[in-house]
Ligand binder design. Structure first.
Ligand code: SF4
Ligand code: SF4
Length: 247
């Protein structure tokens, strides 16, 4: 299968920069962005997609995801499994557009921007934005111009960015920056807590489950009824489990 060439221009933007871009169904390149891509999925992406499809997180991971452990020192990365159709198409793209548009992943919303979050040496969480100019995408030739903030607001990115920052707090935790290498069991706990969210929720109900320790029956039921609250709890619990235990 052909590979998408690397973007011929990646330009870092200042926080108050504007950029020229517009995308609509009448574009000659409509849907061209939905193939030949490596689409990394955050835990919140999976939460939204499995909800849109009406399936469990486990079913989503089995049917639509590829889990890779590229960096021996880090945590696993989850990608959307593209179709083997010779075009590397996203499983959710049709001629009419994206079938999960209301719940599309953060990377699809953010494009043509890319958002990177990181911790500074002093531990402060920062983010940067870059503007991608790719040959297949004609949106940058449209006249509409907008600020980064306007774009992120229009694309509904606030919750996605919030949860991504919680992931960065784990991936770039001070202990990780000091060289901590997660064990196989810790990597499994990372996936089971953040990505197999329904399984994590059910585990809270099991007698003696570590994650459920100290929660009342009512608190557990409230978490099971609100997947965003459950994910926020999962991040908090995992942070403690990975980095506080044994200190
Ligand atoms: S303008 Fe860019 S983002 Fe929009 S459909 Fe075309 S390739 Fe995709
Ligand atoms: S999820 Fe939707 S917007 Fe994102 S690549 Fe797939 S079809 Fe395109």
């Amino acid at each position: 299968m052909e590979k998408r060439p690397f973007p011929h221009q990646v330009r870092q933007l200042a926080p108050d920069d504007s950029f020229q871009f517009r995308c609509h169904a009448g574009m000659p390149c409509f849907n061209e962005c939905c193939r030949l891509l490596e689409l990394a999925l955050s835990p919140y992406d999976v939460l939204r997609l499995k909800g849109a499809l009406g399936i469990s997180a486990r079913q989503f991971l089995d049917q639509y995801a590829v889990v890779e452990q590229a960096d021996e020192a880090g945590f696993p990365q989850v990608y959307l499994a593209m179709l083997d159709d010779g075009r590397g198409s996203c499983p959710f793209v049709t001629k009419q557009g994206c079938t999960v548009y209301a719940d599309r992943p953060a990377a699809c919303r953010t494009y043509p921007l890319g958002r990177g979050a990181f911790r500074t040496a002093s531990g402060e969480l920062k983010n940067i934005h870059v503007l991608l100019s790719e040959p297949h995408c004609q949106g940058g030739h449209e006249e509409q111009s907008q600020s980064i903030g306007d774009w992120e607001g229009e694309q509904g990115l606030a919750l996605y960015n919030n949860f991504n920052d919680q992931a960065i707090a784990i991936l770039h935790h001070e202990r990780m920056r000091q060289g901590m290498e997660p064990s196989a069991a810790q990597r499994q706990t990372y996936l089971a807590t953040l990505y197999d969210l329904d399984g994590f929720g059910q585990s809270l109900l099991q007698e003696g489950a570590k994650a459920g320790h100290g929660l009342s029956a009512r608190e557990k039921q409230d978490l099971l009824a609100d997947s965003s609250a459950l994910l926020a709890f999962g991040f908090k619990w995992l942070n403690q489990e990975l980095f506080d235990a044994g200190e």
